[in-house]
Design a protein around this ligand. Structure first.
Ligand code: ATP
Length: 347
């Protein structure tokens, strides 16, 4: 089963629900065949943006192009997009096979063509053996695969996924996100995946857009956004971050608490530095910054310490090896900070 690849271009998109602005000045280009994630906290506008591409919800201002077709004013069924919902939205009274055939029948495809297309879609998601079951006789993961098969059967140019894994338990989510990525790679379909789960976005997407309050904060690969956040929101939203205030002085960042941290590339007007918990070392003596352990959490592979310092609380992650963690709550410690390539922020 193949689909023609098409990119997506969104130009200066604005959208309101009545008087409430929900999306502002959205511009982005999604490359043909790319797996792209919309990531952001609850209410940031991810689903609204996805639905605007699908043709649901209030009509936005701005342009939405799939390939070189402006689809912003087309009804959903003329946009050639396939959408998978969090709830799966399967017909409970229809077998798996009928559910997958439904969209093709709606499109008035000749019956002799529908059978092979349904088989091919079910084969793609490894569900051919369950084709005659009813949805209620399937596990959550299997229902999700039916929803996917139903969507890819119509051979859309673009696949839109709205939190498709959030009804699954943790282990199945991990398995399904790998299956989803493998399927996307096999079909080469331009895909947008909405999630509020950064691990899900990090592990699947080629690139992602981080949204907050209806505004895109940054677009890039997961690693680029983690290593080079554009602002305090992105730094704090992706992973755990210690964000210290201060100023640039020569080749150093001088923290508000009086610590001089050397930086490779000083940024003029930088007022914050981002220290990831794994870039701080804890020692009993001989480090740069004195502190006191106020809390300790056992995370399995790591131990997380909260340490009170002249710059406030700093989170430190250390690798766990078998045995008793070395520092108790209340222990005096020293921190050594690897600040050389730590991101500097100006907002
Ligand atoms: N039908 C509606 N009428 C009015 N406001 C709405 C409507 N749907 C969504 N909103 C508002 O638009 C904003 C964005 O909602 P949206 O569902 O896009 O966010 P989200 O980032 O997808 O959040 P979540 O992860 O919780 O689904 C929210 O403030 C929400 O309250």
């Amino acid at each position: 089963m193949t689909s023609s690849k098409a990119g997506i271009r969104i130009e200066d998109l604005h959208l309101s629900f009545g008087a409430t602005k929900v999306l502002e000045g959205i511009n982005m280009v999604i490359e043909p065949g790319e797996f792209f994630a919309f990531l952001g906290p609850s209410g940031s506008g991810k689903s609204t943006l996805l639905r605007a591409i699908a043709g649901f919800g209030p009509t936005p201002h701005g342009r939405i192009l799939i390939g070189d077709r402006d689809i912003a004013n087309l009804p959903p069924w003329k946009r050639n997009v396939g959408m998978v919902f969090q709830s799966y939205a399967l017909w409970p009274h229809m077998s798996v096979r009928k559910n997958v055939a439904f969209g093709l029948e709606e499109r008035k495809m000749p019956a002799r063509e529908i059978g092979p297309k349904v088989e091919a879609a079910l084969e793609t998601v490894n569900l051919l053996n369950l084709a005659d079951r009813m949805p209620a006789q399937l596990s959550g993961g299997q229902q999700q695969r039916v929803a996917l098969a139903r969507t890819i059967a119509i051979e859309p140019q673009v696949l839109l996924l709205d939190e498709p894994l959030s009804n699954l338990d943790a282990a199945l989510r991990v398995q399904m996100r790998r299956e989803l990525l493998a399927l996307q790679r096999k079909l080469g379909l331009t895909t947008i995946f909405v999630t509020h789960d950064q691990e899900e976005a990090n592990t699947t997407s080629d690139r992602m857009a981080v949204l907050n309050k209806g505004v895109i904060q940054q677009i890039g690969t997961p690693q680029a956004l983690y290593d080079h956040p554009a602002n305090t929101f992105v730094a704090g939203f992706l992973g755990t971050a210690n964000i210290l205030n201060g100023t640039i002085q020569g080749q150093s960042f001088m923290t508000a608490g009086g610590q001089r941290l050397s930086v490779a590339k000083p940024v003029e007007n930088a007022s914050r530095i981002v220290l990831r918990p794994q870039n701080v070392q804890l020692t009993a003596a001989g480090g740069d910054i004195p502190g006191k352990v106020t809390h300790r959490e056992f995370l399995g592979s790591q131990i997380r310490y909260l340490v009170e310092t002249p710059d406030g609380q700093i989170i430190v992650d250390t690798l766990h090896s078998t045995g008793i963690p070395p520092y108790d709550e209340g222990a005096p410690v020293f921190l050594t900070i690897d600040s050389h390539s730590a991101p500097l922020l100006t907002d």
